[in-house]
Ligand binder design. Structure first.
Ligand SMILES: Cc1ncc(COP(=O)(O)O)c(C=O)c1O
Length: 459
């Protein structure tokens, strides 16, 4: 046998001695308990409206918004939260966000139109490579819209369009954070801000008022703290004629404990599979149904650290703008499914398929799947699949439930963010949305997709 390169052996040794992310063993039983406390309500929703069903709960959204706003409240600091539509632009959710008094973060002309139709008074238009049509739409509503510019070329284009229609418009500029991999796609580097501010000052109709950055998937405040520390000196170095008014620190706040990692998908687990020491797909035969949780800093302490850094490093008096999506939307939507086929006690198939999630996410992430019809706080091994013609249509490898029979109602909690917005028209129709209002009433607010929805040309 050829000797193995010692560098590879050392790297393997290091890899196996550590885990890739800070993960700890645990269970999501608190989440399961919360769901089971409302079991009667969820079963009622399934009985009245059928399955599959996205069930939006406005009271949950309102509570999450309240918690977020309270976390970012601090004397001497003006904070404005803009809901990131991309996380979930369902009409019922967006309208509920507007009722709760948040501003809007739109990332396309379509989202901007939706925000305008839903009467949002404050809107940021964000995102790369905006078209002239999108910029024109922002200009037509310049009273309420701030455009976050993504490049020097976009500054020139918006400047020309604004001058042509003699419409002044407020703007921010997106900054990209060094070392954020693919994310350098967005905005301009910190170092280019002085030049950008100087060029913007020459555009008679553009009022540059602030900067924007965004970091995704933050389970703690460190990324924000690092970025704010770096941003302070840059903002002090240059300012638009009327001074800086805001810094938009984007979204990326992570909800606590609503998903977990499978142990066989850590770096160590994948390496074992690659070496042929574990199966390449699914759990190893000795899996004990355990999961690994990511520690998530509660929003209150995360916000406190962010606000302290904001006030310590940025010029005094700046407004803090935020763009939360996932944190607000995720707990507000649950997915209800019905078991159609039980092939063995350890293999069942439901009516909905994972086209309702948009991609094969649950092969790689664990979200507790709960049998509302035969509830239990204990998991049993069971592969629960959806009804699409693909083996990757999987809801999970285990089920919280006593046992399983056809007709049972299953619930997948916390599916509000990046689920409905990513759902695919793959094989099966998209499903209905049912909403629980603040008045306690349940209503179907969007129907199941029909043939006519998908093929309007058939008439
Ligand atoms: C600019 C910007 N703001 C806000 C968000 C929302 O992020 P999250 O849903 O993680 O809060 C995103 C998501 O990609 C984003 O790119």
């Amino acid at each position: 046998m050829k000797p193995i390169d010692p560098a590879i052996l050392t790297a393997l040794h290091q890899l196996l001695a550590q885990d890739d992310q800070p993960l700890y063993r645990g269970e999501l039983t608190d989440l399961v308990e919360q769901v089971l406390e409302r079991r009667g309500f969820y079963l009622d929703a399934a009985r009245r409206f059928g399955t599959p069903q996205y069930l939006f709960e406005e009271p949950r959204l309102a509570a999450q918004i309240q918690r977020f706003n309270a976390a970012f409240a601090r004397p001497g600091l003006v904070a404005h939260a803009h809901y990131a539509f991309k996380a979930n632009p369902s009409l019922c959710l967006v309208q509920a966000v507007e009722r709760a008094g948040l501003a809007a973060d739109a990332s396309s002309g379509l989202e901007l139109e939706l925000a305008l139709r839903c009467n949002f008074e404050r809107i940021v238009l964000s995102g790369p490579a905006k078209t002239d049509e999108e910029l024109e739409l922002a200009l037509a509503h310049a009273d309420g819209v701030t455009v976050h510019l993504d490049s020097f070329a976009e500054l020139e284009r918006l400047g020309a369009l604004a001058a042509r229609r003699q419409t002044p418009i407020r703007a921010g500029v997106r900054l990209n954070t060094q070392g954020h991999g693919l994310w350098t796609k967005f905005g301009i580097p910190f170092t280019a801000l002085p030049e950008f501010a100087a060029l913007a000052a020459r555009q008679s109709h553009i009022h540059l008022e602030g900067v924007q950055f965004h970091l995704s998937w933050n389970r703690h405040a460190n990324g924000y703290l690092r970025t704010l520390t770096a941003l302070g000196p840059v903002l002090a170095q240059c300012a638009p004629p009327a001074g800086w008014k805001f810094a938009d620190i984007g979204g990326g706040y992570y909800p606590e404990d609503d998903e977990a990692a499978y142990p066989w998908l850590t770096r160590r687990g994948r390496l074992l599979a690659l070496l042929g020491l574990a199966p390449t797909e699914g759990p190893p035969p000795d899996w004990d149904l355990g999961y690994l949780l990511h520690p998530v800093q509660p929003i209150e302490s995360m916000a406190r650290q962010i606000m302290e850094a904001f006030q310590a490093h940025l010029p005094a008096g700046l407004e803090m703008w935020l763009e939360p999506g996932r944190y607000l939307a995720n707990p507000a939507v649950q997915l209800l499914l019905r078991v159609i086929d039980v092939k063995t006690p350890e293999l069942a198939i439901t009516d909905g398929g994972t086209n309702l999630l948009g991609w094969e996410r649950l092969e790689g992430e664990h979200v507790p799947l709960i049998n509302l019809s035969h509830p239990s706080l204990v998991q049993k091994p069971c592969r629960v699949y959806g009804s699409l013609c693909t083996p990757h249509d999987l809801w999970g490898f285990a089920l919280y439930g006593e046992h399983l029979t056809p007709g049972d109602i299953l619930l997948l909690p916390a599916q509000g963010a990046y689920v409905q917005t990513l759902a695919q028209r793959f094989i099966k129709p998209l499903c209905q949305t049912v909403a629980l209002g603040l008045d306690g009433e349940l209503r179907q607010v969007a129907p199941h997709e029909t043939l006519a929805d998908r093929y309007p040309q058939l008439g």
